[in-house]
Design a protein around this ligand. Structure first.
Ligand code: HEC
Length: 294
């Protein structure tokens, strides 16, 4: 009997501890998450998806897209950039000489090569990024020196990391708020294909999405993505061809007199894909949106 009780207690403690770690702690941390506000704006984030897009999430789930695609952008840190936006009364040459005269400043010593490289082959085109650094002090030193001689500059927060810089998968890291209205969340764990957190910004055309789903190779020659033909209907062309019929190249077209139209599932899936966006700065994941220089 004594062993029975100790086994029961041991099992209770083991299961209880994992429940606390896997269920209770995350729920205390994120269970009360609410919409947040987009930085420097009154807009809320995230926005509830449309009905179609909400159904599309279930099509995404049922089709196993998350087996090959993630929806989580990683970030290693942030850097701040100083970008010259107006030379004032200066000419590119004398401005370049001025910048080089700053190289004796102790704070800038480490960056002299990078700054010199950013001025290489420059003939005054604006905007021009002079310096990128994770060190705020260096950045403000540079910005102050430029201001002192009447040169206009902007400092921008630029998230770093391969997902963002090298792969161009988004503007910032994914944060818990991004998934507020997703049930279940489709984080994915394997990247056979690109991350889709921001695909609605990258590929905002439903027709492209349909064509790609129907025959990936028809738009990306070397694609290894499987085709999802069952999301489409191949049918005889009626009196008037459907405006949504896919415009497929001859190799992929279904044959004379036939057209390929998206079923409701394909419409919902495309609506969901177009709703995937990670393009606004948040308090917990700030960045400076690129604005046109006047
Ligand atoms: C077997 C793995 C696999 C599965 C399953 C898969 N994909 Fe893909 N996907 C890829 C690969 C590889 C690419 C890159 C080549 C290309 O663009 O076709 C890709 C590309 C994409 C792109 C274009 C991304 C870009 O940045 O250009 C989209 C959108 C996409 N997939 C959506 C989906 C959806 C929606 C599903 C589920 C219906 C899905 N994928 C299922 C492997 C997969």
């Amino acid at each position: 009997m004594k062993t029975g009780i100790s086994i029961f207690i041991a099992a209770f403690v083991a299961l209880g501890a994992s429940w606390c770690g896997l269920v209770l702690a995350p729920s205390l941390q994120l269970g009360g998450a609410k919409e947040t506000v987009v930085l420097q704006s009154a807009d809320h984030w995230p926005q509830q998806r449309t009905g179609d897009a909400t159904l599309g999430l279930q099509v995404y789930r049922a089709s196993g897209c998350a087996a090959c695609h993630t929806e989580q952008i990683r970030q290693t840190g942030v850097a701040t950039e100083v970008t010259v936006t107006g030379l004032g009364a200066h000419q590119p040459d004398d401005f370049g000489a001025f910048v080089k005269s700053l190289f004796i400043l102790p704070t800038l010593v480490e960056y002299t090569n990078a700054i010199a490289a950013s001025l290489q082959g420059w003939h005054g085109e604006l905007p021009r990024t002079l310096l990128t650094s994770a060190n705020q002090q260096v950045v403000s030193e540079m910005a102050n020196r430029l201001k002192a001689i009447g040169v206009k500059s902007e400092t921008r927060i630029v998230p770093q990391g391969d997902d963002i810089i090298a792969r161009g998968w988004g503007y910032r890291q994914s944060v818990a708020a991004d998934y507020l209205y997703d049930q279940p969340v489709q984080l994915g764990g394997l990247r056979a294909g690109p991350d889709l957190s921001n695909i609605g910004v990258r590929m905002p055309d439903a027709n492209w999405q349909w064509q790609h789903l129907y025959a990936p190779k028809s738009v990306v020659k070397t694609s290894t993505m499987p085709s999802f033909k069952f999301l489409f209907e191949v049918r005889p062309v009626g009196h008037v061809p459907s405006p949504d019929a896919l415009k497929l190249a001859a190799d992929f077209a279904p044959g004379p007199g036939l057209e390929v139209v998206p079923k409701p599932e394909a419409r919902q899936l495309a609506a969901y894909l177009l709703s995937l966006k990670a393009n606004v700065p948040l308090y917990e994941a700030p960045f400076t949106p690129v604005t046109a220089v006047k």
